[in-house]
Design a protein around this ligand. Sequence first.
Ligand SMILES: [Zn+2]
Length: 187
Amino acid sequence: MARSIRTVLVAFTFQALLGATTTDNRPLTVGVSVINRGYANREIVHAATDGARGIFRQAGIEMGFVVVDPLASRVDAPKPAAFHIVLSDQRSPAKHVLGAADITEQTAWVLVRNIRETAQDTRTDEATVLAHVVAHELGHLLLGSPEHSVSGVMTDPMDFTLAEQGGLRFHVEQIRRMRQRLVSPEP
Ligand SMILES: [Zn+2]
């Protein structure tokens, strides 16, 4: 009898852990325009949006990135998007500043020069750094909060060695809050 109760409790806990990411809901789809003002190398942008998409997919959120590329000869018309990421070629004198999010405008700026330097300094892959900064700034927009956490993708500063190992994720509570805000946005 005791054994069967324990089994039920373990199963319930496991279900609760999985719940936020997989079982309770279908994936939510979010449109994000990515305005590329900073990268001549579009492969990095595409690798980074793939990386950010993977981080959000684990949260049950499907990111529909549309890259708008004023540097390219052919410019796709921007489609209506809920959120906007600007890959800026501006440089912050504070080296560790890699991006900024304006929650009211649902827009974030990502500083590609600072990201390039950080990738070189930390000997990590530039697309991986960019992917995590994009996910982090989008995290601020989706959470509606400037707050940081002590671990995961919402840490500041992020550990990009850990990022390369796939170790930076959203926490269950952050996932719950992002999904909740997407389903019923606060006024
Ligand atoms: Zn932040």
